[in-house]
Write a new protein. Structure first.
Length: 431
């Protein structure tokens, strides 16, 4: 058990140290604000304040974990043995920076509370992030920092007890369009056919007719191929189905279609089925609840995990809405068009609401790669190299590698063979 002395135990401090020590390193921690209790303690201990008490392990504190609300922080990124860091701590500190304040800044998405221009879908642009601007978006720095801290603590306290995690891989399949041609309804089917004819997309016209005449399988209907692929590697994936009404950005099969419902139930027999919240429900808590309830009624089991359409996250409102809708896990934390670690961590963590100064009861599972971020690569080898490098970083720290692919991209026609790429990714990051 590790004792941490600090001059004030705040929600931010407790939240951050629990993630680093308990979640990542498997070290139990207790806290004290009493100098005499700290001095009497004979086991491993850390001082986190402005001045060391004795010759103990000392981390000089920044003020961030003892403040409230949002302030305009001046951040300078420096280097710690090849790893970027910030919030410099000074010479007397055993660490060159305040690992706890820096971790809180990234995990809480502090920068997303600051003024910024959102993109067309109301999302925080990756190019505005500290990690992107300082070239460490591809590094799970929070986990790297924690593991480097562990090595220093083991040198100082050889009897330190810790329970290391093991590397995990979670493949996520987004299903916002379950079928390309089938089950779209008469009006939508005819409209699509006329649009294809008008655009002279003759191959698509032939494919559409072949699918409707049952001469060919719908290209997006690859669910059981994916399940079989996961089974080959003894891997459990997660399928996030959109189950919502039609709108500009929500164009899945009607929720009243019995074949669509049967498909979802069939997938749920083999792998985890969860909800991809619709674009329309982004700021509509009642609609989120309705979609969750309707999907739960289809599979006859509770829905606990969510993903937001287009990875739309508005900090902190999105997570407040998901908590109110009784979701306990979310898989939206990441960037659509940039691979890497949006929150600086490859370990699941709870969301901290800075405006309320409270840890919310929803666990965030950050993803490292989204299939749309790989569209910029011209060859399968280039895309595979990108993913393999990310997975290597996660393996080093025994984190969780989460990938997000859509049945639509895996089934669509493209220069890249997406199914083959996905198969090779599983081999590289899991086996």
């Amino acid at each position: 058990m590790l004792l941490i002395y600090t001059h004030k135990i705040t929600s931010r401090f407790r939240y951050t140290t629990k993630h680093l020590f308990t979640s990542i390193l498997g070290i139990e921690v207790v806290y004290t604000t009493k100098v005499e209790d700290f001095i009497k303690h004979t086991g491993p201990k850390i001082t986190y304040t402005k001045q060391p008490l004795q010759n103990e392990f000392f981390v000089r504190s920044n003020d961030l974990l003892f403040e409230q609300g949002i302030n305009d922080l001046q951040i300078h990124v420096s280097d710690w043995d090849g790893t970027p860091c910030f919030f410099t701590a000074g010479e007397r500190s055993n660490l060159p920076f305040d690992i706890f304040a820096a971790s809180f800044y990234l995990l809480s998405r502090y920068e997303e509370y600051l003024p910024h221009v959102k993109d067309i879908h109301g999302r925080f642009p990756p190019k505005d992030s500290l990690a992107y601007q300082n070239n460490f978006l591809h590094m799970p720095v929070v986990d790297i920092w924690a593991n480097k801290l562990l090595e220093l603590l083991k040198d100082k306290f050889p009897d330190l007890v810790f329970k290391p995690k093991s590397y995990r891989f979670t493949p996520v399949i987004d299903v916002t369009t379950s079928h390309c041609f089938l089950h779209r309804g008469l009006v939508r089917g005819i409209s699509g056919l006329l649009l294809d004819l008008g655009s002279l997309r003759l191959k698509r016209v032939v494919d559409r007719i072949s699918v409707l005449m049952k001469l060919k399988k719908d290209p997006y209907d690859n669910f059981f191929e994916l399940i079989e692929l996961h089974n080959q590697f003894k891997l459990k994936g997660m399928f996030f189905f959109q189950f919502a009404g039609y709108s500009t950005y929500d164009k899945n099969v009607s929720t009243r279609n019995n074949k669509f419902k049967y498909l979802i139930k069939s997938v749920a027999d083999y792998e985890m089925v969860s909800l991809c919240c619709s674009y329309s429900s982004f700021d509509d808590i009642n609609l989120i609840k309705e979609e969750k309830r309707n999907l739960s009624n289809v599979i006859h089991r509770p829905i606990n995990s969510s993903r937001m359409r287009f990875n739309r996250v508005d900090i902190p409102e999105t997570y407040r809405n998901l908590v109110e809708a009784d979701f306990t896990h979310d898989y939206t934390m990441g960037y659509t068009h940039e691979s890497g670690f949006r929150a600086g961590s490859c370990s699941p963590f709870y969301f901290y609401d800075i405006l309320l100064e409270v840890q919310q009861p929803i666990k965030i599972h950050p993803f490292a790669v989204h299939d749309y971020s790989l569209l910029k690569f011209k060859t399968k080898e280039e895309a595979l190299t990108e993913v393999e490098a990310l997975a290597k970083e996660v393996r080093k720290v025994n984190g969780t590698f989460v990938s997000v692919f859509s049945n639509e991209l895996l089934g669509g026609e493209a220069k890249l063979d997406w199914k083959d790429l996905y198969r090779n990714i599983i081999k590289k990051v899991y086996v």
